[in-house]
Design a protein around this ligand. Structure first.
Ligand code: FNR
Length: 194
């Protein structure tokens, strides 16, 4: 199963990037073919329909191809002002925009429709960025993603990881593994296990 995980942050010491690395490791342990995507590797401008009309940026097309190629996703969402980040919204808006000359992307729900998506979040606050998930969930459902029922918010993230980047608390690690495994399980049933 091709499994994709990425964080809605490009910050060097991002908790959500660290959590994405943990999820990637767990998915590999479960036998998945894992891509740990870094949004910083994509040169994507702030969305403006004029840019789309002038020709979708090459990195947007590259991102859409990566998303398209993976049936199983986990998104690690930071929380800004009780919601998800502008980076995540901008990325999803571009990724859901149609591309001229690409019939397969004439419908904005692709590459989202049919993907099995699990949500994680991390914050140093007590709620672990949980409120970002409550905003992200309807957006993903609107794009016809299959949202995994399991999700997890990692609180007090500044002290949650050890020096190797692993989660210190075994029950928190079990929650993350539970999300990853459910996403892989559901994607296997929807898309086949290849
Ligand atoms: C935040 N942060 C934050 N944290 C939180 O738990 N709830 C919140 O509503 C907010 N709001 C917020 C707004 C803005 C503008 C910023 C810049 C930050 C803190 C935020 O969660 C923290 O910076 C995380 O470390 C961001 O995630 P990464 O970059 O560590 O993955």
């Amino acid at each position: 199963m091709k499994f994709l995980v990425f964080a809605g942050s490009t910050r060097t010491h991002s908790f959500n990037r660290r959590l994405a690395a943990v999820a990637a490791h767990m998915a590999r342990d479960a036998g998945a073919d894992v891509t740990l995507l870094e949004l910083a590797d994509f040169d994507i401008p702030l969305y403006n329909a004029d840019l789309e009309t002038a020709g979708t940026p090459a990195d947007v097309i590259r991102l859409k191809e990566v998303l398209d190629a993976h049936p199983a996703w986990v998104i690690c969402s930071p929380e800004y002002n009780g919601s998800y980040t502008g980076l995540l919204k901008n990325t999803i808006d571009w990724a859901s925009s149609p591309v001229a000359g690409h019939a397969e992307w004439s419908d904005g729900t692709r590459p989202f429709a049919g993907k099995v998506v699990g949500m994680l979040s991390a914050s140093n606050g007590a709620l672990g960025g949980l409120r970002s998930q409550s905003h992200l969930a309807p957006l993903l459902l609107n794009l016809e993603c299959w949202l995994a029922p399991r999700h997890f918010a990692l609180p007090r993230a500044a002290s949650a990881f050890d020096a190797q980047g692993q989660l210190v608390d075994a029950s928190q690690a079990a929650h993350v593994r539970g999300v990853v495994e459910q996403v892989l399980w559901a994607a296997g049933r929807l898309h086949g296990t290849a």
